[in-house]
Design a protein around this ligand. Structure first.
Ligand code: ADP
Length: 554
């Protein structure tokens, strides 16, 4: 039985393996094909000011593709590297050398860039997220030095093949070196960092994005106008103006922005030079300046990215510290917990006692009993909910944010306060304006109002029953709502005022001194403020100010 079942399983496994390999080979070939097409396309685009039909031009960015393919996709793509210049020589230049010459020249060229790619595989991590200045310095120096070595080897080969004379070797090395180094320096970091640059750019508001693009486009156009439109010396005299857009992009978007700006400026510059028919001897100083601009832009961008990362790490540390702070005040929270849930637990005990008495009666009123039992369930749920929120608060200060109708919340708090202080004759007046909605955690804000109301009730306890007053007034101010709770108690002694919001500061025999400190913490975590003012009649007045949702009615 087992053998019969195992046979189809083994066949299925084999088929799965074959499919896997076929897919891998197809993927490999497809990417290789894209690389070859892009290489030939970029070579065709940048094939001007060439030296005797050879691939020695003053701007040669396509080796960046070879580097990026091997650096990011792995050494398995190495065989495509010699095929690319060979294909280019055929399609773009129609084989300017003999077959042996082409094979020797392209072979050395490909071996040079493959070796450079192997060396640079350690820079794979240069993305906007982990760019470091020292890595960028290494990347720039490796490219500049690597291009010098490859250009020297290729020029020597051309001399050995008898294609160039000895006195031209240095000139060829110069053109080759600058052309390849400036092209690669612009394109390689761009290929590595553009997804990060795009992500950073998208993070901005649409207004910021429009400003960024406009500043960049305007400064590039302005610089080109000055360099080519006004300065007729045909020299890169005002070239330094092109540092403005590159530095702008570097400062705004970090290394990814700098790399994108360098590629764009280089493309625009090369196209302009070509359109204006600049001869190679005048073209070259621009390319040398471009090399300096690219190197500088990349370094500034990397510094900005590194600083941004350090700031983010600092913010994360601050958040962690604040979390630790909350955990450290766990003891205080424990007392707070007792303070907050003592009321529902006391109600549960009272209701349970009442229920016991009802059951013991001769003819129990089942309707009333049911009511009392649902009150018990409601209070137990409430205590559980307070515990859950407190646990959340300790874990991550998390709030269950929702749109809140402040007036309805105040009405509910007044009802709860009245119920819990049933022995106390109270005159609580709520004068509520039409308020916009507030975003926040309803239960936490209810705790704040209940704390303030309970304090006001305590403060008026000494006053004869008919004269106790608590006034709640709400107003909508610009972008916020204010809730003032004022009582006609004795107010707060001047020497106690500075301690009001300090934890464990109380003047009550059974007080814990936590209500106001926790309330302030809650209000501030909602982006609001809680403060004390002396009331007009000498009593205490506490004001809660909460940011409102603009124009949103609850
Ligand atoms: P507790 O009520 O447990 O003492 P709180 O932090 O809520 O803790 O209040 C701290 C102190 O502030 C109180 O002990 C009281 O002296 C004073 N206080 C708060 N509200 C009022 C008020 N409305 N009128 C007078 N004193 C008040």
């Amino acid at each position: 039985m087992n053998g019969v079942a195992a046979a189809p399983a083994a066949t299925g496994q084999r088929r799965g393996k074959i499919l896997f390999w076929l897919r891998a080979i197809a993927g490999h070939a497809a990417l290789g094909g894209i690389y070859l097409a892009a290489y030939v396309g970029l070579d065709w685009l940048s094939f001007f000011e060439e030296f005797r039909g050879l691939d020695v031009t003053l701007w040669n960015p396509q080796p960046a593709l070879t580097l990026i393919l091997i650096i990011q996709r792995g050494t398995a793509y190495t065989p495509y590297a010699p095929a690319a210049p060979f294909l280019s020589d055929w399609i773009v230049r129609d084989f300017p050398l003999s077959l042996a010459g082409t094979l020797a020249y392209d072979g050395i060229f490909a071996v040079g860039y493959v070796a450079l790619a192997f060396l640079m595989r350690q820079f794979r991590s240069i993305t906007a997220d982990d760019a470091r200045v020292q890595d960028m310095v290494w990347l720039v120096s490796t490219i500049v030095l690597g291009c010098l070595i490859i250009s020297s080897a290729c020029a020597e080969t051309l001399e050995l093949l008898g294609i160039i004379k000895e006195h031209r070797v240095r000139q060829i090395i110069g053109a080759f070196w600058i052309g390849d180094a400036s092209g690669i320096l612009a394109f390689l970091p761009f290929f590595i960092t553009w997804p990060d640059a795009l992500r950073t750019w998208r993070r901005g508001t649409s207004r910021q994005r429009i400003i960024d693009l406009s500043v960049f486009a305007f400064t590039v156009a302005f610089a080109l106008f000055i360099v080519f439109g006004i300065d007729d010396a045909r020299s890169p005299g005002f070239f330094y103006l092109l540092f403005i857009p590159v530095c702008w992009a570097a400062v705004r978007l970090g290394v990814g922005g700098a790399a994108t700006a360098c590629v764009t400026v280089q493309l625009v510059l090369v196209l302009t030079l070509d359109l204006l028919d600049y001869p190679p001897q005048e073209f070259r100083p621009f390319q040398v300046m471009m090399l300096a601009l690219t190197g500088t832009g990349l370094l500034i961008g990397t510094v900005i990215t590194q600083r941004g990362r350090a700031e983010a790490a600092l913010r994360a540390r601050e958040a962690e510290l604040s979390r630790l702070g909350r955990v450290t005040s766990l003891g205080a929270m424990g007392s707070a917990l007792a303070h907050q849930i003592s009321q529902p637990i006391a109600s549960v005990a009272t209701y349970a006692h009442a229920a016991q008495r009802m059951v013991a009666a001769e003819a129990p009123d089942l309707g009333r009993l049911n009511e009392v039992l649902s009150n018990i369930a409601g209070d137990a749920r409430r205590a559980g909910e307070i515990l859950r929120r407190l646990r959340d608060f300790i874990a991550h200060g998390g709030q269950q944010t929702q749109s809140i109708d402040v007036t309805a919340l105040l009405q509910r708090s007044v009802r709860t306060a009245r119920e819990s202080e049933s022995g106390h004759v109270l005159d609580i007046r709520l004068r509520a304006a039409l308020l916009p909605a507030v975003m926040g955690d309803e239960l936490q804000l209810e705790q704040v109002f209940l704390n303030l109301l309970r304090n006001a009730i305590d403060a008026t306890a000494q006053i004869p029953a008919g004269r106790r007053r608590i006034a709640i007034e709400t107003t909508a101010t610009d972008g916020a709502v204010e809730i003032a709770i004022e009582d006609n108690g004795a107010g707060i002694a001047a020497n106690f005022e500075p301690l009001l919001f300090e934890p464990f500061e109380t003047t009550k025999a059974t007080g814990m001194g936590l209500g106001l400190s926790i309330s302030r913490q809650i209000v501030e975590s909602h982006g609001g403020k809680l403060w004390y003012e002396r009331g007009e009649g000498g009593g205490a007045r506490f004001v809660v100010r909460l940011p409102s949702v603009k124009g949103a009615l609850p």
